[in-house]
Design a protein around this ligand. Structure first.
Ligand code: ADP
Ligand code: MG
Length: 314
């Protein structure tokens, strides 16, 4: 029963947003979802969000694989873009999953990617591609070449600062980029260090599963090291709970434990486990494109609003 209640209250949180019309007109779930979808997709239907004073650069990190880093980076980015903000996703994982989910073919031979950007062979503007999902949604894709970068970077000068140096402010400004989200690989190697040096904020996705906090201590220690030696402004600003399954007691226990640990850094919005969310990248789409009326889309839209509003309130 307790679990049922939790999922109902999550729905209520979702339901309180402007993109979710009042339920009395849409008395079946499908009709309600269709109504939400059409509202979300109407230009300006999602509402506008305030632009941050300067570009916010967030690193999405957790050295555990499969916790929802890529899914969160891509769908938060899509959520922010839908609200009128300019967003750049930097795919820093050789797997290129973020690039795929944003509908960018990263297997084209010879494309300019984050690898060439890190090596200083191309400029930021030349490595950026537009996602078909939204004209305000941009991406620097990753190719398999990036798998070698971890080693190649070791011998380069300023090896920890390559990404920061590549993110030139004028280009970000010219392209109207309000948010940069960096999708990290599942390790704490040089690529992740580059992401942490380039960003001011760390966003940690935590899966509502067994051993959720495993490895988070190590991640926090690494963040402290980067802070002490390379980037004094770096801090954990946001924690997102992902793949929440309201049917299990465990998910609630994990959520509680994470909130005890991270306090108000944890977004109120929890991302539910949903098959739709996992299907979307297979079609080269974000969840907002793939099924805009779904719970997964609504939750990422809510999370995007929270992320943007918190910056303004702080
Ligand atoms: P990471 O980038 O941390 O390795 P991913 O974002 O790739 O994690 O997610 C791992 C797997 O879980 C992927 O197959 C993804 O589609 C799936 N997934 C992520 N979020 C959800 C969700 N909310 N509901 C269901 N599946 C999800
Ligand atoms: Mg990933």
């Amino acid at each position: 029963m307790v679990n049922q209640d939790t999922s109902v209250s999550r729905e209520t949180t979702v339901g309180s947003t402007p993109s979710n019309p009042s339920p009395e007109f849409h008395d079946t779930p499908i009709a309600a979802a269709a109504a939400r979808a059409s509202q979300v997709l109407t230009p300006g239907g999602a509402g506008e969000l305030p632009r941050p004073q300067s570009t916010r650069v967030l690193t999405v990190a957790n050295q555990k694989g499969g916790v929802g880093k890529t899914t969160t980076a891509v769908n938060l980015a899509a959520g922010l873009a839908l609200h009128g903000l300019g967003v750049l996703v930097i795919d820093l994982d050789p797997q290129g999953n973020a690039s795929t989910a944003l509908g960018i073919d990263h297997r084209v031979p010879g494309i300019a990617s984050v690898y060439e950007l890190l090596l200083g062979e191309v400029r930021l503007a030349d490595a950026i591609q537009n996602s078909p999902a939204n004209d305000r949604l941009l991406c620097v894709p990753a190719t398999l070449d990036l798998a070698g970068a971890e080693i190649e970077l070791v011998s380069l000068v300023a090896r920890e600062n390559r990404l920061r140096n590549a993110l030139d402010e004028q280009t970000l400004k010219d392209l109207g980029i309000d948010y940069v989200l960096i999708d990290c690989p599942p390790s704490l190697g040089l690529l992740t260090v580059n992401a942490m040096v380039a960003a001011k904020e760390v966003l940690i996705p935590i899966q509502c599963e067994y051993y959720a906090l495993e490895g988070v201590g190590q991640l926090l220690r690494n963040i402290e090291l980067v802070q002490a030696h390379l980037n004094p402004g770096l801090h954990v600003s946001t924690v997102v709970l992902t793949m929440y399954d309201g049917r299990t007691k465990l998910a609630d226990q994990v959520a509680e434990e994470v909130r005890r640990h991270f306090g108000d850094k944890v977004l109120t919005t929890i991302i539910p486990r949903s098959v739709k969310v996992s299907e979307a990248p297979g079609y080269g789409m974000t969840i907002i494109e793939y099924d805009p009326g779904s719970r997964g889309a609504m939750s990422y839209l809510d999370a995007a609003r929270e992320l943007a509003m918190r910056a303004v309130q702080q």
